[in-house]
Ligand binder design. Sequence first.
Ligand SMILES: Cc1cc2nc3c(=O)[nH]c(=O)nc-3n(C[C@H](O)[C@H](O)[C@H](O)COP(=O)(O)OP(=O)(O)OC[C@H]3O[C@@H](n4cnc5c(N)ncnc54)[C@H](O)[C@@H]3O)c2cc1C
Length: 396
Amino acid sequence: MTHHILIAGGGIGGMAAALALVDRGHDVDVYEQAPELKEFGAGVQISPNGTRALHALGVLEALQKLSCNTEGKEVRLWNTGRTWKLFDLGTEAIERYGFPYITVFRPDLLQVLVDAVRARKPDAIHLGRRATGVMQRDGRAILRFDGGKTVAGDAVIGADGVHSVIRHELFGGDSPRFFGMIAWRGVIPIERVPPHISRDKATNWIGVGGHVVHYPLRAGRLMNFVGIQERRDWQVESWTMQGTAQECANDHTGWHPDVQALIAAAPSLFKWALMGRDPLPQWTRANVTLLGDACHPTLPMLAQGAVMAIEDAVILGRCFDKYGDAATALSRYQDARIAVTTRRVAGASDNAGRFHNPALGSEDGAAAYVDREWSREAIIRRYEWIFTYNVDEVEI
Ligand SMILES: Cc1cc2nc3c(=O)[nH]c(=O)nc-3n(C[C@H](O)[C@H](O)[C@H](O)COP(=O)(O)OP(=O)(O)OC[C@H]3O[C@@H](n4cnc5c(N)ncnc54)[C@H](O)[C@@H]3O)c2cc1C
């Protein structure tokens, strides 16, 4: 049985869901508020459970041409630059999990998904359409837009991100808690990166009150920079808030010259205040559900937000395959996903205290800390349960 499914939000989650559903013969319409499809220029790490999900959607191979496999990972100490080569799940990911760990430029990921959706339904994506609410009547789900127009379908998926209006309409407002940290982001053309800074590895700089991550994107043509620093005076959660290089450098005072060099090389820098939210106990009401950041927003410290949205999409598609009735499919999708996503969101919060730690104030403290937290056993304990998650086999 096929359905007409309406998706509010054309980000990574919304497009992945559209692809999973259109591929199974459903009629899908995606409504994106932005006037053009444009992802924010930033990197995203996709762990093997996520690349498995992209493979299930049929887009991994296209994306791999534009991405980088993480060939290795190193940890560096924030002030001295002391380097520890890590046991790295990235290098043995294919052998161990069947799928690689890749780093991707967000616009490339979105474009690959959009191309695949349009190849199956050329007019599936509607731009400049901001959803303002949802209603249910006589077994139909009705999406309402700015200006008062409505569209009815068999189901509505709210994939409208962390500030979701669909979530607000279904379950009321949330209460974000500021985590006391901001994330600085920049993407640097590789020719501007000083040659002695590792260009082919993911590097995690760890410090007392902050951490910095950088890794290559786009087959090594770009370097992604993320600096997360404890700071309480700025609380806007947005992809588009620009800061200055001076402000970013001030937030990294005392950090190693390599970190300063990356900040100076970034053509522009953006800042995002990190907010925590309690997990929702429920995502679905009859023929309406949520997906991605709309239902399980997370801190970025486990690099699982986009991955979870892509997995949601595959499981949602499988539930529509298995259950003819839309409301049953949406309810089974929620049941299959809620516990695992809640656990990952908690894991991301735990990592906040792992990357920033008072023990990192001295070389000796740091050495003991790295031995304890980044040993083979510790890494496997933290990540194995995530990387082995298999969207094709999860019971639905
Ligand atoms: C600094 C940082 C680093 C990160 N790094 C990683 C990483 O390495 N790996 C990883 O897996 N995740 C990472 N994430 C998380 C990841 O970016 C998100 O989890 C992911 O973008 C969620 O996708 P989404 O489609 O659910 O939401 P979004 O990406 O927010 O997309 C929502 C879409 O809905 C549209 N929209 C919003 N409201 C409406 C409306 N009312 N009507 C119509 N359209 C609407 C928006 O314009 C947007 O296009 C990171 C996040 C941050 C902040």
